[in-house]
Write a protein that binds this ligand. Structure first.
Ligand code: ATP
Ligand code: MG
Length: 125
């Protein structure tokens, strides 16, 4: 079972969905997929926008970093992803950015480790 803080996790999802809605075209599709792989749960949010330049995939998590510094169309402070990373890491997970290979679009991947069961949970007395 995953150990999550629901308030922090909701804020992470909100920030990712806010970005997907903001940087991709209106009425385009935003996909959310989740699955378990061994002792990790993965969650991906992907959109159909322009994606993120490869040199910025790590920097977008820096505070106040925006790819388009003078973007007056899409309001933002450049804090959303930095908050996402802080919250995900506080819950013991990781978050990374990438680009789709099937078409243009960004993909954000959250990996949350499933804590190992303690012996007394496996064999309750
Ligand atoms: N889904 C996305 N598609 C394309 N670019 C993105 C996407 N998400 C984030 N970015 C880029 O990463 C930058 C940082 O994102 P972040 O959410 O931290 O800040 P913001 O959206 O600009 O402002 P805030 O979230 O504080 O309102 C954005 O300014 C944008 O350039
Ligand atoms: Mg944002």
């Amino acid at each position: 079972m995953l150990k999550l803080d629901p308030v922090l996790f909701e804020q992470v999802l909100f920030n990712l969905l806010d970005n997907a809605a903001k940087y991709a075209a209106p009425n385009s599709t935003i996909q959310i997929c989740g699955w378990a792989d061994g002792n990790v749960v993965l969650l991906q949010v992907m959109d159909e926008g322009p994606g993120i330049p490869s040199g910025d995939l790590e920097r977008v998590f820096d505070s106040f970093y925006r790819v388009e510094k003078r973007d007056h169309v899409r309001a933002g402070t450049g804090l959303g992803l930095s908050i996402c990373r802080g919250f995900v890491e506080a819950m013991g997970g990781t978050i990374t950015a990438g680009n789709r290979t099937d078409r243009s679009g960004a993909i954000f991947t959250i990996r949350m480790p499933i804590p190992a069961k303690r012996p007394n949970q496996e064999n309750p007395t």
